[in-house]
Design a protein around this ligand. Sequence first.
Ligand SMILES: Cc1cc2nc3c(=O)[nH]c(=O)nc-3n(C[C@H](O)[C@H](O)[C@H](O)COP(=O)(O)O)c2cc1C
Length: 148
Amino acid sequence: MASVKFLVGSTYGNAQQVAEDASDQFADLGHLVKVISRPTIDDILASDTEVVIICSATIGEGEIPDSLLPFHSQLSDQFPLLSHIKYGVIALGDSSYDNFADGGRQMDELMTELKAVAVQDMLIIDACETPDPEEAVIEWMSLLHQKI
Ligand SMILES: Cc1cc2nc3c(=O)[nH]c(=O)nc-3n(C[C@H](O)[C@H](O)[C@H](O)COP(=O)(O)O)c2cc1C
């Protein structure tokens, strides 16, 4: 059993819903879960943080949603070493936009720079291809469960 925090970047609710469904799945598997809709750096630096799942949509022209922006800015400014943290990213986007899924990609890049340990490759959900992402998320989370 691990302590797993879901950090959400959502404008219209899709990423929030994905995070809530994924956290329910993980709670059923016996993990200690917490969904944080407007995370700050304190949420990741807290001593109980083991695993974080960043669940981010993309807004504007390839931007991180407002709910996750303070978290990204604080991490970029303070640049803490996160080598003790395991993480995964679920990136929601729409491939009809130029900067497809850049919100999640930016978060993934920053976590890598901070030396956090990627448990597995980012899951990218394309609203054009996968209007109902539930099945893909369940599969990705099941794999992640086996690795933490
Ligand atoms: C105004 C607007 C701008 C968007 N810009 C992008 C973008 O630049 N790149 C991308 O991949 N998706 C973009 N999207 C698609 C959203 O990321 C996608 O619909 C996502 O599922 C929304 O998640 P949310 O409901 O959690 O905000 C945009 C959507 C809207 C409405």
